[in-house]
Design a protein around this ligand. Sequence first.
Ligand code: PGA
Length: 255
Amino acid sequence: MRRPIMAGNWKMYKNARETAEFIERFKPLVSKMDGCEIVVFPAAINIPAAVAAAGDSNVGVGGQNIYWGKEGAFTGEISADMLHAAGAGWVLVGHSERRHTVCHEADADVLKKTQAALAAGLKPVVCVGERLEEHKAGKTGEVLVRQFAAGVAGLTEEQFAQIVIAYEPVWAIGTGQTATPEIASSAHQLIRSEAEKRFGTEAANRLRILYGGSVKPDNIDGLMRQPEIDGALVGGASLDPESFFKIVSVAAPAR
Ligand code: PGA
């Protein structure tokens, strides 16, 4: 059985003090929850504060992005080693806001970043998902196949075994318009079948696929009832400890 992951992507919210305060309030709420993995992704500058506040609790900490180079003249970038040395255990790769909205990252960048993350000992959460116009044009499958082929299929079997994929339809992110559990589930099935073709049935069955896009305390239950959905990547609703706690607490009992 796949162990669920409940993750909070904090984007460009919270300073170091607010980051630590969240974790101090959140930690006791989830301290007995061993049915899932819990990770928060604060802004890079707040990783040390998050790591210190999380201590040896069951709250993991990850970065939102890395650059694939080991070091060099890459002004403003952060390497996977730097993130790892700061205490992060995870990293988001290829979030749609980096692919489309802000930084125009290409599918091929996603592969390089994923490989760099793995080489540094970080667990990558590789984000995929179609934009609104692609969704409307019935091109979801095509986009997911392309993103998988360029961003994931180039991994070795050993590398693939260590990644997590997050399906985040861009039209559902920050819009309040969640994909229905059925839509999310069929996208997850498609991703898993791509994984099966490339890496085999066993590896595909072990792959954890998270859903992200307007996950809230009142819609997480239906999503987590889908056997194909192995957790959630939560943006806005993860910024408040009580709200994120409500979401996380659905993961274990629903399985
Ligand atoms: P949202 O963001 O939950 O605010 O839609 C999800 C994400 O971008 O990971």
